[in-house]
Design a binder for this molecule. Structure first.
Ligand code: TYC
Length: 117
């Protein structure tokens, strides 16, 4: 790993002398760039959760459009499972928990899990 010191910045004159020195670490080999492990958020089918509720949850938690949310809901309904998204661990876990909490609050058995890619 090389350290490159950049001097000067677009800051105004109010910045203190050391504010405009930035050290940037530049990897020499691409193996040095570690990708974080990624996790799928899986939505599971059940016989009781209303379809409209699943569509609403997918829009709220995963920012799906109404059309994409409906498509994924139908895939899960027909195949038993579907991938709502792929994220780093913390975000995948947060989204899965949001789904479970919404389901619990509304009394539906909707299940959501995460799985390492
Ligand atoms: N199978 C449910 C029904 O017929 C709908 C459903 C879809 C439930 C997707 C869960 O993840 C799910 N009402």
């Amino acid at each position: 790993m090389k350290a490159i010191i950049l001097v000067g910045s677009a800051e105004n004159e109010q910045s203190k002398p050391n504010d405009d020195i930035t050290a940037v670490l530049v990897p020499e080999h691409k193996e040095e760039i570690e990708k974080p492990p990624m996790y799928k958020v899986l939505l599971l089918n059940d016989d009781y959760t209303p379809m409209e509720f699943v569509v609403a949850v997918l829009q709220a938690v995963f920012a799906f459009s109404p059309e994409k949310a409906f498509d994924l809901m139908l895939t899960v309904h027909n195949k038993g499972v579907g991938v709502a998204g792929v994220f780093i661990h913390e975000i995948a876990e947060t989204k899965a928990n949001q789904v479970l909490r919404l389901a619990q609050e509304h009394g539906h058995p909707l299940m959501c899990t995460i799985e390492k890619e």
